[in-house]
Design a protein around this ligand. Structure first.
Ligand SMILES: [Mg+2]
Length: 275
């Protein structure tokens, strides 16, 4: 992805070409195009970098999320004695209504979260390829780095390790740390901010689900939606894909490592404390 494909609401500079990612993320919307230096300036105040895990730190084109998704369907088939299609329909309903399938199962059926999390994350991660360029890009960011996931801590740690990303994160805030309240619920973010002493106005978040950026943006975080590359598999349900890029999405990228690398490369120099 070239720098012209990073999009921002805040900049009014029009580019000569419609970036491919804009077509995927915001059909019908005219994108604003910014330079690396302008992007870096927009992130210059950021000292805490927050990353979602699934379909953000690994590409949506990997087979990992479909494996988890299938395990969720299977869990519900076994729990309710449903066939695959019925289980799938109920799963989608809970996801849309409650933010996660787990939350729906807890609210309506009082299932035990630990049983669910253990079952759905019991997957083979060996197909995930270590992402050295993303590791380098995240390491080069100045400040703290945290993972904020609706999944389990163990899943995040094992997945990050498989990706070669386990050394650069200070901690993982998972669904258990969030008292089983998932994103996009405001309480999930408040607990995260409180537990890790995160100042939202000095933080940026990267996430593949657009509705999970509403609260972060309202709290002053710099928000970036990570979308599939053109032609790649897109796990989002149609209702999750906004027709126009919403105001709470500051940037859209289909190349997280490239985007982070641009931020680092064009970052203003650190001011010396010496006089
Ligand atoms: Mg995700």
């Amino acid at each position: 992805m070239t720098r012209a494909e990073h999009l921002s609401h805040d900049e009014a500079v029009s580019g000569p070409d419609e970036p491919a990612v804009a077509v995927a993320a915001t059909p019908g919307a005219k994108p604003a195009v910014v330079t690396d230096a302008q992007i870096a300036q927009q992130f210059a105040h950021v000292h805490t970098w927050v990353f979602d895990l699934d379909n953000t730190l690994y590409p949506a084109s990997s087979d990992l999320w479909p494996k988890i998704d299938a395990r969720i369907t299977l869990f519900m088939m076994e729990l309710f004695g449903l066939d695959g299609m019925s289980s799938r329909a109920l799963q989608k309903y809970y996801y849309e209504r409650y933010g996660t399938t787990l939350r729906g199962l807890m609210e309506e059926h009082e299932i035990t979260a630990s049983d669910f999390l253990k079952f759905v994350h019991d997957i083979d991660r060996s197909s995930l390829v270590p992402n050295h360029s993303l590791a380098t890009a995240i390491t080069a960011l100045r400040g703290r780095k945290l993972i904020l996931t609706n999944g389990s801590r163990e899943h995040a740690l094992r997945t990050a390790e498989q990706l070669g990303l386990d050394k650069m994160f200070e901690d993982v805030f998972d669904i258990v740390a969030s008292d089983l309240v998932p994103k996009p619920n405001p309480q999930a973010y408040e607990r995260f901010f409180e537990k890790h002493g995160v100042e939202p106005a000095g933080a940026a978040i990267f996430e593949d689900i657009e509705r999970n950026l509403v609260v972060p943006h309202s709290r002053g975080m710099r928000t970036t939606l990570v979308v599939p590359k053109p032609g790649q598999r897109d796990h989002r349900d149609p209702w999750e894909v906004a027709k126009e890029r919403p105001r709470h999405v500051d940037y859209v990228t289909d190349d997280l490592e490239g985007f982070l690398t641009d931020i680092v490369r064009a970052a203003p120099p650190v001011k010396s404390t010496k006089s």
